[in-house]
Design a protein around this ligand. Structure first.
Ligand code: ARG
Length: 270
């Protein structure tokens, strides 16, 4: 009786000691993670804010809603990257060409703008890992006889200036061809074609498809061409800014792994 009582109290002692240890354990862990939470940003207010430049004329990727908010697929992607990477973002509309000096001059921390990662651009900027895959697409009036890109050789082609669409068109028509109508924005390029100032427009597939879908009254058709190479979009940072680049790549890695990126775009990038 006495012995079993002793065993019982010993057991009780062991139990309380282990409970104490367990409690300490959880305590330490909890205060640790609370601290982590704090350094990650007391609530949201202490998270680092990154300024993001864009050309918000590129529906459905980056555009302005009626209230002047910058929205779109690219914007959703960057917001998801920021959430995963533990930072905040604020978007600013620069337009296409002014975006590049805004990044190199440090006015913005990075740019999102359906920017294709190209070797030439990589000489002046650094790019994140790719987050979106695209290709060029041709847009022509519904009654056009054009069937492939090569047939645009002696036609007037409208493009957004200094885009990959402009580059492939220069390769076909010649760098200085007066038949290339290069405009500030993609909507302007398309209107040059619908106005009859160009026979075709060449631009990124998502944007061409979106325009056609949203303008059923304008009688247009799209033409795919196998000669167009796959293009990968990346976030663009000032050359050498590895700090921002690492933050972006970390976020991209997370949203690729957890399926969030695919949820937004509908497809896998690689
Ligand atoms: N992907 C093409 C390029 O990098 C076109 C991007 C244009 N983006 C825009 N928001 N206007 O040249």
């Amino acid at each position: 009786m006495k012995k079993s009582l002793r065993i019982f109290s010993l057991g009780l002692l062991l139990l309380s000691v282990s409970m104490l240890l367990f409690a300490c354990g959880t305590d330490t862990k909890e205060s640790g993670s609370a601290k982590d939470g704090e350094s990650g940003g007391e609530g949201d207010s202490e998270k680092r804010l990154l300024i993001v430049g864009t050309d918000a004329t590129y529906a459905p990727m980056e555009l302005m809603d009626e209230k002047g908010n910058i929205i779109g697929i690219d914007i959703d992607i960057v917001k998801a990257i920021a959430e995963a990477g533990g930072f905040e973002v604020e978007f600013k509309n620069y337009g296409w060409e002014p975006l590049f000096p805004a990044v190199s001059g440090g006015e913005v921390d990075f740019a999102v703008s359906s920017i294709t990662i190209t070797d030439e651009r990589k000489e002046s900027f650094d790019f994140s890992d790719p987050y979106f895959v695209a290709n060029q697409l041709i847009l022509v009036p519904e009654d056009s006889t054009v069937t492939k890109f090569e047939e645009l050789k002696d036609k007037r082609v409208s493009v957004q200036i200094n885009t990959t669409g402009h580059i492939v068109t220069k390769e076909l028509l010649g760098n200085t061809s007066s038949k290339i109508v290069a405009t500030e924005s993609m909507p302007l390029a398309i209107s040059e074609m619908t106005n009859g100032n160009a026979d075709a427009s060449v631009g990124d597939n998502a944007v061409i498809i979106d325009y056609k879908a949203n303008n059923p009254n304008v009688k247009l058709k799209t033409i795919e061409d196998d000669s167009f190479e796959k293009e990968y979009y990346g976030l663009m940072v000032k050359k050498g800014n590895t700090e921002i680049l690492d933050m972006l790549n970390e976020g991209i890695k997370i949203i690729k792994e957890n399926g969030k990126l695919k949820e937004i775009t509908g497809f896998d990038v690689e």
